[in-house]
Write a protein that binds this ligand. Structure first.
Ligand SMILES: NC(=O)c1ccc[n+]([C@@H]2O[C@H](COP(=O)([O-])OP(=O)(O)OC[C@H]3O[C@@H](n4cnc5c(N)ncnc54)[C@H](OP(=O)(O)O)[C@@H]3O)[C@@H](O)[C@H]2O)c1
Length: 264
């Protein structure tokens, strides 16, 4: 039986990578957990997280669907959510015209539609209580046109912008919104996005734990946004002053299939 005295955190995309590390940081801080993902590995993740002594409720569901988001909201079942970590997301590499539209739609529905639907359902309740903290996983990819990852980068541009706007809307509500913007991070992301044979997919990356630590600390401090890592901060600063055409060409050199041969 959950110890309701403990805060409750909801973490999406917690079966692996950044989301699993975020869930672990929540558990180590004594928060009970509801975790969700769309592969059976979510059960093993729950087992591993239970070793910290908190209650962990896993949900296997596709958060790209309204039903999946409503299933998660039903599992919350009116309990007070103290922390919502909206992290689930995935990419899609290759040329846009060569991509399968079902896969394109699933990226948009996971990274945008499902994410904002869950945020609306849970944050309305936080606003009514006048307290709560959100961490939304955006990306530095949102700052540059994503040649050979065009739809994915577009979804992260949406999520970054949406997070900043929601934070402003809620500024006097007691609810804080933090946008975590990682750079290339060593997780299953590149395999799932079919980007292993790219320069960015082949090169050294940040550690998921370090990125999660940065995001968790920023959420707890109620910060607005955080680009994780100095190199990524410089990359976003450059991207904000680079003409779009030049930025798109630079992204091509990172993400075009076969550029793994240029990896350093
Ligand atoms: N890795 C990077 O370089 C990088 C950089 C910037 C931002 N990000 C963002 O960081 C977040 C976490 O990604 P990651 O790098 O940690 O990759 P990851 O290891 O592949 O983790 C992605 C998580 O999201 C879940 N997920 C994806 N689509 C879902 C859906 N439709 N319904 C439910 N769960 C879903 C996955 O569950 P299953 O495994 O069960 O499918 C997994 O738990 C994503 O939003 C990603 O866009 C990653």
């Amino acid at each position: 039986m959950a110890d309701t005295a403990k805060p409750l955190a909801v973490v999406t995309g917690a079966s692996s990578g950044i989301g699993f590390e975020l869930a672990k940081l929540c558990a180590e801080s004594g928060f009970n957990l509801i975790i969700a993902a769309d592969m059976p590995e979510i059960e093993q993740a729950a087992e591993a997280l239970r070793s910290t002594g908190v209650t962990v409720e896993p949900l296997l569901t596709d958060l790209a669907t309204r039903q999946g988001v409503e299933q998660l909201h039903a599992l919350i079942g009116g309990r007070n959510v103290d922390y919502l970590l909206a992290n689930a997301g995935h990419g899609l590499g290759r040329a846009f015209l060569d991509q399968d539209f079902d896969e394109i739609e699933h990226v948009i529905d996971t990274n945008i539609t499902g994410t904002v639907y869950l945020i609306q359902l849970v944050t309305r309740e936080m606003r009514a209580r006048g307290e709560g903290k959100l961490l939304i996983t955006g990306s530095i990819a949102g700052f540059m046109p994503g040649s050979f990852s065009a739809v994915y980068n577009g979804t992260k541009a949406f999520i970054n912008s949406f997070s900043f706007a929601l934070r402003n809307e809620l500024k006097d509500s007691g609810v804080t919104v933090t946008c975590l913007m990682p750079g290339a991070t060593d997780t299953d992301f590149f395999e799932r996005a079919d980007e292993v044979d790219t320069k960015v997919g082949a090169e050294e990356k940040d550690l998921a734990y370090d990125v999660a630590r940065d995001g968790f600390d920023a959420m707890m401090a109620g910060k607005g946004d955080l680009v994780s890592g100095l190199y990524n901060k410089m990359t976003t600063a450059m991207a904000s002053v680079t003409p779009a055409g030049m930025a798109a060409e630079q992204h091509r050199k990172l993400a075009e299939p076969g550029t793994d041969k240029n990896a350093t």
